[in-house]
Design a protein around this ligand. Structure first.
Ligand code: AMP
Ligand code: MN
Ligand code: MN
Ligand code: MN
Length: 291
């Protein structure tokens, strides 16, 4: 069970990925994924499509979502795994979380126009698959394709992060609310890519402590955002806080993402994988009868 090829973090056109839920299912199956979760940002709209497409290919899934949270002035992402995609309270919480994105995007465009980059709002919109989910990633793709920057990472570095002209601070969901929405929908809450946040050791300790106090159960140890030393540090943190360990590529787009869907290192052996606590939430593909 431990060496299951689980990829429990990925995105489609329903948020800021470039492949449809169906194309993601096909890619996961082709890459040998055995348990897959599509975890679009603040949005469950791709879940039924993803499950149906995966099941047609014999692939098991956990329903998922990645919730944007503001904690101690930083954006933190909380992945919910095994949620009921039709849960009304979770759906309402996510709709409220998505709500500020359009106004934020217009402000981002105004900041970019002030440094001579015109038309970024309309430009970014051309890359958006879900009008409620315009994100920095769509601006980044527009700025790369219009020749302003050579790749999306340099767009983030030069324009879309704090202190740069296209950055607009934003208040996302509260940590406790995100954990409760996920848990109330039958899911298990996981701190996404923890080594990516720029927290002091004290603030990081507060994040983990409060997360556990709210009922959070897991942490991503293996993700595209972590170096090998960061993986080891987060494995220790998982043990320290009694958290289950998750594994996900955070795949967004061919040629853009650091890890290919389903092609990522195994979890360190002494950790308990999050899927062992989610057996009852796995949407199993119909098994074909043996010939
Ligand atoms: P938003 O939710 O609009 O703030 O956009 C956040 C998304 O931007 C993340 O989910 C990533 O997909 C992407 N992102 C954040 N930082 C970077 C970076 N340094 N390079 C490339 N993509 C990034
Ligand atoms: Mn993203
Ligand atoms: Mn994230
Ligand atoms: Mn993600």
């Amino acid at each position: 069970m431990h060496l299951l090829n689980a990829d429990l973090h990925s995105h489609s056109t329903v948020s800021d990925g470039t492949l449809s839920p169906e194309a993601m299912a096909a890619r996961a199956a082709a890459n040998g994924v055995e348990l897959w979760a599509l975890t679009d940002h603040d949005e469950l709209g791709g879940q039924h499509r993803a499950r149906d497409a995966a099941h047609a290919l014999g692939l098991d899934v956990l329903h998922g979502v990645e919730v944007s949270v503001t904690f101690a002035g930083e954006t933190v992402h909380i992945v919910g795994l095994g949620v009921d995609p039709d849960d009304a309270v979770l759906g309402k919480g996510l709709a409220a979380t998505r709500g500020g994105r359009e106004a934020r995007a217009r402000e981002m465009a105004a900041g970019l126009a002030a440094v001579g980059i015109e038309g970024a709002y309309e430009g970014a919109l051309r890359y958006v698959g879900n009008p409620e989910l315009i994100s920095r990633t769509h601006f980044a793709r527009f700025l790369v394709d219009s020749g302003v920057c050579p790749d999306t990472h340099s767009v983030f570095r030069r324009y879309l992060t704090e202190g740069h002209p296209g950055y607009v601070p934003h208040r996302w969901a509260r940590l406790g609310d995100a954990v409760r929405w996920i848990t109330g929908a039958g899911g298990l809450a996981v701190i996404a890519h923890p080594a990516r946040y720029r927290f002091s050791p004290t603030a990081e300790f507060a994040l983990f402590s409060e997360f556990v106090a709210h009922g959070g159960r897991g942490v991503e140890v293996v993700t595209a955002s972590h170096t090998h030393p960061e993986q080891l540090r987060m494995a220790e943190t998982a043990l320290e806080f009694g958290l289950l360990a998750s594994r996900g590529s955070d795949f967004h787009a061919p040629g853009e993402s650091r890890l290919e869907l389903g092609q990522l290192p195994d979890l360190p052996g002494r950790l308990t994988p999050v899927w062992e606590a989610l057996e009852h939430r796995i949407q199993r593909a119909p098994r074909r009868a043996a010939a």
